[in-house]
Design a protein around this ligand. Structure first.
Ligand SMILES: Nc1nc2c(ncn2[C@@H]2O[C@H](COP(=O)(O)OP(=O)(O)OP(=O)(O)O)[C@@H](O)[C@H]2O)c(=O)[nH]1
Ligand SMILES: [Mg+2]
Length: 284
């Protein structure tokens, strides 16, 4: 962790933050160049990007390698690469891809880690705002939320997708007794220490239930979390990977999470941050 983090971390300026973005990809060759450009255009000079590609049939892995060669021709201070590609042999699911990317980011010394989709549903323009919030509030995790006041969904999202998202949130919040509004949010900024406290090696979710398992651990471990509103856009190009096996895993995994962590008692967040949670009702 950088020297600045050891001191009073609200004195870190955003441009000094070692921030790593993790994007899992499966058939995102058409989205990736534009996404990489948008990310490196943010005024965050120490930003690093990790792509975790599962041997995508559309050649996303090759596109990623070409982009890496281009962006790494101007390395960061200290010789760090801006762009890393993790190649996995087969489609292993979103959750395991994130664990691989996050583990790599922590090992490489990232202070802040962002998880997001490749398809522009999560706009890079929110990243400086998330960073500002995490620096100013001492939050452990900032969630880009569709379901707090001010958050919204693309009008092009079909009714069936809206209902599925609404149901998934209600289902997981009720079974796991959680307060987070957007339980399935895939756009989050983590403080390094929070991911280390979770212990990524214990995560069992393969697919989208990864988001729910991580949200559950955040609340149970008493992390200081803030949901900020985002506008969630429909994917720009390509196909959704939300297939039936992934939906089924999400349904049964919620019960598995409840059973697996049944001995974990809820820890309340530090009093300093009480009342600063956005869109989170303070029950109990
Ligand atoms: N490496 C890897 N990436 C995946 C896998 N499944 C999904 N992804 C990526 O994870 C991100 C989220 O998947 P999406 O298909 O966009 O899922 P979604 O956002 O729920 O659905 P749409 O945006 O409607 O397509 C995207 O960047 C995908 O390419 C996987 O098995 N392995
Ligand atoms: Mg998406």
């Amino acid at each position: 962790m950088s020297e600045a983090i050891h001191g009073s971390f609200w004195q870190i300026r955003p441009e000094e933050a070692r921030i790593t973005i993790i994007i899992p990809t499966y058939n995102e060759a058409d989205n990736l160049p534009g996404m990489a450009e948008a990310l490196f255009d943010l005024r965050l000079p120490l930003l690093q990007l990790i792509i975790v590609d599962d041997n995508s049939p559309d050649g996303t892995g090759t596109v990623a390698d070409e982009l890496a060669a281009r962006y790494n021709s101007t390395p960061l201070p200290g010789g760090h690469n801006r762009f890393t590609v993790i190649h996995r042999a087969t489609k292993g699911g979103l959750g395991t891809a994130y664990v691989a990317g996050m583990t790599c980011a922590i090992a490489a010394g990232a202070d802040f880690i962002v998880q997001m989709d490749a398809d522009f549903s999560h706009s890079p323009r929110y990243i400086p705002q998330m960073l500002g919030v995490i620096l100013a509030t001492e939050a452990d995790v900032v969630i880009g939320s569709r379901y707090v006041p001010g958050g919204s969904l693309d009008e092009r999202w079909e009714l069936s997708r809206r209902l599925l998202s609404w149901w998934a949130n209600l289902y997981s919040r009720a079974i796991l007794n959680l307060r987070i509004r957007d339980m399935t949010a895939g756009f989050k900024m983590w403080r390094r220490s929070a991911l280390q406290a979770i212990g990524l090696e214990q995560i069992r979710s393969n697919g989208y239930s990864f988001q729910v398992e991580m949200a559950y651990l955040c609340e149970k471990l008493g992390f200081r979390l803030i949901e900020i509103p985002i506008h969630f856009e429909d994917r720009r190009i390509g196909q959704s990977k939300l297939d039936v096996p992934v939906k089924l895993e999400s349904a049964w995994r919620t019960w598995h999470i409840r059973w697996r962590y049944r001995h974990l008692n809820r820890t309340e967040p530090q009093p300093a941050l009480r009342g600063t949670r956005i869109g989170v009702d303070e029950r109990g």
